[in-house]
Design a protein around this ligand. Structure first.
Ligand SMILES: Nc1nc2c(ncn2[C@@H]2O[C@H](COP(=O)(O)OP(=O)(O)O)[C@@H](O)[C@H]2O)c(=O)[nH]1
Ligand SMILES: Nc1ncnc2c1ncn2[C@@H]1O[C@H](COP(=O)(O)OP(=O)(O)O)[C@@H](O)[C@H]1O
Length: 212
């Protein structure tokens, strides 16, 4: 495969999870991955500073702005965007290798990245996670306890812009009850696998496990 445009032979599922900061996307994605080892999560590169407890190479690849720009200019990113004042990007070689292997892949990216990926890989499924309300979103950002007040305000302001792109998604999942939202995601993944055909046909036991 030379470029990700050559997707007809790709038999895995690719899902993009998009949500405003604090909606619960990382918590949901982590829970989904724990229950489904066949699903691979893309490790993004970012220029933002690690939060307490975040590990380089596990949560993100943390890079300086100079490093990011150099990699970007070398064509290392399948998509990249500036979000909340920092650069974020998806590794092109990693996505290509996963697609070649036919793996199911999940991307946790913003709406700008999602628009770029959709153009390159039209079969991708875009899932938008809604918080139950803006008030709940603010409460979750505060309870997470990892961002200072300025960062929280910046993320809340950005939430309104992010939410304006929800209609572009294929699915909307409201993360009010965490468990119900997780079940919704499992169903979306299972139905995407069914649609991509052979990947799911190879694994009917997985379908049963997902309750489909
Ligand atoms: N375009 C793009 N966005 C990303 C990427 N990785 C993370 N993001 C998005 O950047 C935003 C900020 O992420 P993060 O700093 O982890 O904060 P959080 O949303 O509060 O957990 C979120 O909308 C992420 O989905 C990426 O590789 N590309
Ligand atoms: N359904 C939910 N109900 C209540 N709190 C939640 C729910 N889902 C996630 N949270 C909490 O909200 C905070 C933000 O979640 P996180 O996964 O970090 O969001 P995001 O990755 O979208 O920024 C975390 O403290 C998380 O434990």
């Amino acid at each position: 495969m030379n470029t990700p445009n050559s997707t007809p032979s790709y038999q895995g599922s690719m899902l993009m999870i998009v949500a405003p900061s604090g909606a619960g996307k990382s918590s949901l994605v982590n829970a989904l991955l724990q229950d489904d080892p066949a699903l691979k999560l893309s490790l993004s590169t970012t220029t933002r500073a690690p939060r307490p407890g975040e590990v380089d190479g596990k949560d993100y690849r943390f890079a300086s702005q100079e490093e990011f720009i150099a990699e970007r200019d070398q064509g290392h990113f399948l998509e990249w965007a500036q979000v909340h004042g920092h650069f974020y990007g998806t590794s092109k070689p990693w996505i290509e290798s996963q697609m070649q292997a036919g793996n199911d892949v999940m991307l946790e990216i913003d709406w700008q990245g999602a628009q770029q990926i959709r153009k390159l890989i039209p079969s991708v499924q875009w899932i938008f996670i809604f918080p139950p309300s803006i008030e709940a979103l603010e409460e979750r950002l505060r309870k997470r306890g990892q961002d200072d007040e300025e960062t929280i305000q910046r993320r809340l302001a950005a939430a309104h812009v992010e939410l304006m792109h929800a209609h572009e998604a294929d699915y909307i999942v409201v993360n009010d009850s965490f468990d119900e939202a997780l079940v919704d995601l499992k169903h979306i993944l299972a139905s995407s696998r069914l649609r991509s055909g052979p990947a799911m046909a190879r694994n009917p036991a997985l379908l049963r496990r997902l309750g489909v």
